[in-house]
Ligand binder design. Structure first.
Ligand SMILES: C[S@@+](CC[C@H](N)C(=O)[O-])C[C@H]1O[C@@H](n2cnc3c(N)ncnc32)[C@H](O)[C@@H]1O
Length: 259
């Protein structure tokens, strides 16, 4: 089994950084799926609640599970006054054992890509499936890879987001992404997320989170779903649910348990 990726470094910057990431429009998509399928919802890899909280704000019951204590503690501080308060669990997506069953289980924002081996991926899908009500749906998204760019420009940093920190708006926060390598044999990108706080031109703080992510092909998802006895009901190529095509950048799947 692969080591669990640690999002504890990311946690502190996560909401401001991803709030500023202009091309990230997945929250509306998951809100509309929650509206369409209804609660209760379980979000696997719920992080700081970037998606969970807006769904709870719609009055839909939603629980979450995540492996990072730091991410969860930020989420808990945001929902402490909510009634009913969402149940938030600390745990690994490969080994979820909750008593409740859900109308909708989601694995948003590429979290399934943290599963590296076939065993990891199948365990995660099985755990998600086991928490569905009979009529329930599992919805997840993963990136649709451009293999050429995955295997190039190692060591180069690119700016992924920029924001003015709420705690000190004289400063600028920047999130960079740096690709360190690519393991072709299991389609794993090795990268770093770099967070910098700048005062003028001086970096006053830097935090680096290393990251390994698997990049799925469409047929791999099809084969995994088949093996996990999940039926793909719908699939899309973007967060605004455009058809999946050669130049798509996302893959979004709506699946249900096979009969
Ligand atoms: C990209 S973030 C997504 C967070 C949230 N869903 C969102 O969209 O903002 C991935 C999340 O998955 C969690 N994660 C990674 N590996 C996990 C695992 N094995 N089990 C449960 N959660 C995991 C991380 O801690 C992190 O919070």
């Amino acid at each position: 089994m692969e080591p669990i990726p640690c999002f504890d470094v990311v946690a502190k910057y996560y909401d401001e950084a991803y709030g500023a990431a202009a091309d990230l429009r997945d929250v509306e998509m998951y809100k509309s799926f929650a509206r369409r399928f209804g609660g209760p919802v379980l979000e696997i890899g719920c992080g700081t609640g970037r998606i969970l909280k807006p769904i709870a704000d719609m009055g839909i019951e939603i629980d979450g599970i995540d492996v990072s204590e730091a991410m969860i503690s930020i989420l808990k501080s945001k929902i402490a006054d909510m009634r009913p308060e969402p149940n938030i669990y600390l745990g690994d997506m490969r080994r979820i054992e909750l008593a409740r069953r859900y109308r909708l289980v989601t694995i948003p924002f590429r979290t399934l890509q943290h599963m590296i081996t076939i065993e990891d991926k199948l365990q995660a899908l099985a755990a998600a499936k086991n928490h569905l009500l009979d009529s329930g749906r599992l919805i997840f998204d993963v990136a649709f890879p451009n293999y050429e760019s995955l295997a190039s420009q190692f060591g180069e940093e690119y700016l992924a987001a920029e924001w003015r920190p709420e705690s000190n708006s004289d400063r600028v926060g920047r999130m960079f992404f740096r690709r360190e390598g690519y393991r072709q044999k299991d389609q794993v990108m090795i990268g770093s997320l770099i967070f910098r706080l700048l005062d003028g031109n001086n970096a006053v703080h830097e935090a680096i989170q290393s990251l390994e992510m698997h990049f799925f092909s469409f047929p791999e998802i099809e084969a995994l779903c088949e093996a996990a006895r999940l039926e793909i009901e719908e699939f899309y190529g973007s967060y605004d649910l455009k058809p999946f095509e050669e130049n798509s950048t996302q893959m979004v799947f709506v699946v249900k348990a096979s009969r």
